[in-house]
Design a protein around this ligand. Structure first.
Ligand code: ZN
Length: 292
């Protein structure tokens, strides 16, 4: 009769245990593993700790391909996943439970239809996936602390979760809790930044010398001058997910390229990482590479 009640009590106990596991020894170490968590005020850090515990208590972690998933690995993933919802509600991550962790990149089946209507099926290696209503799948090699200073697969996949929460992924997360944001403005600012990024990507590709393989390491410097990783040009959903990565871990280039888009994300996430990171002494790494 009181199943729902006992269920809740059990959930509460799991949450309390998770919170207790993020103790005065573990928590500061976990925070210190990520440069992009520098500059958090004490109160925000405490909220992040609670959201991290909520994720640990409400999601089940599974290793794939024989990977043993340790409590430390779960904590490392959970703290990164908690950052996007620091100013939001944990309920945005409801509706699914599993986080599957592969040792490294994994193969997924893709299907594309070309302009002639021919369907192409192929397998592609990826570092993360987020299924609508289903699991988040991560490559541990790419998700672990310190894996990459310019990308963050955990934030990327959880940004997709926020996007999917409001229906199919289209680059616009649910705005119901944001009276200060309207959907038309979101769409307009997103499309302007997305189109501009595609133009910049075209310009970067055109500038690569014709005798150079665009997929080679040498060509990477042309892409490095872009405000975001080229993958953001895929579609508006990927643009939102890749923008969210940069927004939290290295926001300078995108904030300079599209101040309106940065401002919209700051309003949505209710965070200002640019100000936070600069208050902690982090600076944009100026280089001589041309910008597109
Ligand atoms: Zn994606």
């Amino acid at each position: 009769m009181l199943h729902w009640l006992t269920g809740r009590a059990a959930r509460r106990r799991t949450f309390d245990q998770a919170l207790a596991s993020l103790d005065a020894q573990v928590w500061p170490q976990l925070l210190a593993q990520h440069d992009f968590l520098l500059g958090l005020h004490a109160q925000d850090a405490e909220t992040l700790r609670h959201h991290t515990a909520w994720i640990l208590a409400n999601k089940s972690f599974h290793g794939a391909h024989g990977l043993p998933v340790t409590p430390g690995m779960c904590r490392d993933i959970a703290i990164q996943a908690a950052l996007p919802i620091l100013g939001l509600d944990t309920s945005l991550y409801r509706g699914w439970t599993q986080i599957v962790v592969y040792p490294g990149g994994f193969l997924v089946q893709r299907t594309d239809t070309d302009e002639a209507g021919v369907v192409h099926e192929y397998r592609q290696e990826t570092s993360g996936e987020s299924w609508e209503g289903g699991p988040v799948i991560l490559s541990w090699e790419d998700a672990r602390a310190g894996a990459d200073a310019q990308a963050n697969v955990v934030i990327h996949e959880f940004a997709h979760k926020l996007d999917q929460r409001a229906g199919s992924a289209d680059g616009m997360p649910g705005l119901r809790a944001h009276r200060d944001l309207d959907a038309r403005r979101w769409r307009r600012v997103l499309e302007t930044a997305f189109d501009d990024f595609n133009d910049r990507l075209d310009a970067a590709e055109a500038a690569i010398p014709p005798d150079m393989d665009p997929e080679s390491d040498e060509a990477a410097e042309w892409y490095a001058a872009l405000p975001l990783d080229p993958y953001a040009a895929q579609d508006p959903a990927e643009f939102f997910a890749v923008s969210s990565e940069s927004f939290f871990i290295s926001p300078w280039a995108m904030a300079r390229a599209w101040p309106d888009w940065y401002g919209l994300l700051a309003q949505y996430y209710r965070q200002d990482p640019l100000q936070r990171l600069e208050s902690a002494g982090m600076q944009y790494d100026q280089t001589d590479t041309p910008s597109f």
